[in-house]
Write a protein that binds this ligand. Structure first.
Ligand code: NAD
Length: 493
């Protein structure tokens, strides 16, 4: 790939961010470098690697600011959120480009993510008043009033794969509910989400949104702090287990959005070309690094070969290269560890005798080794017991498994420790609904996957089993950041 790939004017200078505490940008003792996964030599920016002491300072600022924010009328909160949405919309281009450069997602995908990132602030206005409205009813000796109150300080820890939307999924409802937030982005993709937080924090009262970038030490310091009353984490299961063990010391509640191994079940009456196109699009987006991407496909045995060829033809259309190039539909992997994980899976598959097709086209044949690039692949004759079917590949390899009857497909779809999203593909909605209803997952989409118009507006997002604890986005997402206070008012005598 060409190292002379277009770089928009004004973005070549590395972005150097400090800690964001109490409404001020502060220097940090330590720094982390963020490099472009498409061109290792390119420094995109630097962020702090926050120490425990710096995290503690941020928590103090949040704790001081929070009561005033909790007392702010809903209409004022909503007005500030509208201003944040306007400002983010005005800066969307710049931030989407920054995300593409630090994260590796095609710029067109980052641009769509930015629309959702701005929209999330605006949508809070639609549910906030009803979420916070007290409920009152008479009782035998007086009346009962039930209100919902914020926790105080909330810790939000996010991963690298879709950093913008995963950040606002947490910080918007948490702040809307009246909490103050300590945000820790992933050191593997921290710049764009920090930029969004910087813009929002400049409009919110000082101390309501604080950003402490860093790695494990900063995350652990947030988790351990006694004044952090709720933890909201998106990331891997191992980290989640570690956080849960640590949170036991302070009995802090956790909200987890974790990994997935999403099944797509194609029924025998499906439009195969439509299903192949839809499944290809949702499995290979962001190089497969999406928690609820299609990770395995079940197809009736008689149709498996035809479906596999249609799928392979679609995947072969992917253009791999620099995310900033408008022709590119698949960028590099985000980081070396993820690339290594995918390469190892591929190496074991290549030796397995399975029909593995390596597909897609590099934009140019130069510079491939300057970035974390890998070609997408499909496995056309995978079997249920295969490693590639059982694990969360979180990369651009998709197995297709032939099934003999629908009962078997449902049983195989559910035979996993995960339960995030899923899909059923059929020309008969009622039949699809009956199958969808039996899938063990937080969400099932009929005739699509990853793309739901109802999405963040109406559907709570979250996982069963080891895919998570709690729910995010939609009007239900705010529930994670509120606790009840019930007052039972009785007659004096
Ligand atoms: P990760 O668990 O390695 O890191 C996530 C965050 O936790 C990062 O900010 C990291 O710095 C922080 N962290 C690391 N150690 C910590 C500690 N000891 N205490 C507190 N925080 C700590 O995950 P990742 O590699 O960044 O993300 C990939 C995983 O995230 C995949 O499994 C993917 O499926 C999952 N994911 C889930 C969703 C969802 O909504 N369900 C969305 C995206 C990604």
């Amino acid at each position: 790939m060409s190292v002379e790939a277009p770089i928009a004017a004004g973005i070549a200078e590395p972005l150097r961010l400090g800690l964001l505490i109490g409404g001020r940008e502060l220097p940090s003792e330590r720094q982390l470098e963020v490099h472009n996964p498409a061109r290792h030599a390119e420094l995109v920016g630097t962020v702090p690697d926050a120490t425990t002491a710096e995290v503690n300072t941020a928590v103090d600022a949040a704790r001081t600011a929070q009561p005033g924010w909790a007392a702010t009328p809903v209409a004022e909160r909503v007005a500030l959120f509208e201003r944040i949405a306007d400002e983010l919309t005005a800066r969307a281009d710049e931030i989407a480009t920054l995300e593409a450069r630090e994260n590796g997602s095609a710029r067109s995908i980052a641009a769509r993510e930015m629309l959702g990132t701005a929209g999330m602030w605006r949508e809070a206005g639609a549910y906030l008043a009803s979420a916070l409205a007290p409920k009152e009813h008479e009782s035998e000796r007086g009346f009962v009033r039930i209100t919902r109150k914020p926790f105080g300080v909330v810790g939000c820890i996010v991963p690298w794969n879709a950093p913008l939307i995963l950040t606002v999924n947490k910080i918007v409802p948490a702040i809307a509910a009246g909490n103050a937030v300590i945000l820790k982005p992933s050191p593997l993709s921290p710049l764009a989400s920090s930029r969004v937080a910087q813009i929002a924090a400049g409009i919110l009262p000082p101390g309501i949104l604080n950003v402490v970038n860093g790695g494990g030490e900063a995350g652990a310091a947030i988790v351990a702090h006694r004044d952090v009353r709720k933890l909201s984490f998106t990331g891997g299961g191992e980290t989640a287990r570690h956080i849960m063990r640590q949170a036991a010391d302070t009995l802090t509640g956790v909200h987890f959005e974790l990994g997935g191994n999403d099944p797509a079940i194609v029924l025998d009456d499906a439009d195969l070309a439509f299903a192949a196109a839809g499944i290809a699009e949702s499995a290979f987006r962001r190089s497969g690094q999406v928690c609820f991407a299609v990770k395995r496909v079940y197809v009736p045995r008689a149709l498996a070969r035809e479906f596999g060829e249609l799928l392979a033809a679609r995947v072969d259309q992917l253009v791999i290269g620099d995310p900033l190039d408008e022709h590119v539909t698949m960028g590099p992997m985000n980081n070396a560890a993820q690339l290594d994980h995918v390469r190892q899976l591929r190496a074991r598959l290549d030796g397995s005798g399975r029909d593995v097709r390596e597909l897609g086209h590099p934009l140019t044949d130069q510079g491939w080794d300057d970035g974390y690039f890998v070609r997408p692949a499909v496995v056309l004759d995978a079997e249920q017991g295969d490693e590639i079917v059982a694990v969360e590949q979180f990369g651009p390899i998709l197995p297709v498994v032939a099934y003999d009857d629908v009962e078997q497909a449902i049983a195989w779809a559910n035979d996993t420790e995960y339960g995030l999203c899923s899909s059923v593909w059929s020309s008969d909605q009622e039949r699809a609904l009956a199958v969808a209803d039996r899938i063990e997952a937080g969400m099932t989409i009929v005739n699509s996957h990853l793309f739901s118009r109802a999405g963040t507006r109406e559907i709570p997002f979250g996982g069963w089993k080891q895919s998570g604890i709690g729910w995010e986005a939609s009007p239900y997402g705010i529930d994670e950041y509120l606790q009840f206070h019930s007052i039972d008012v009785q007659a004096a005598r």
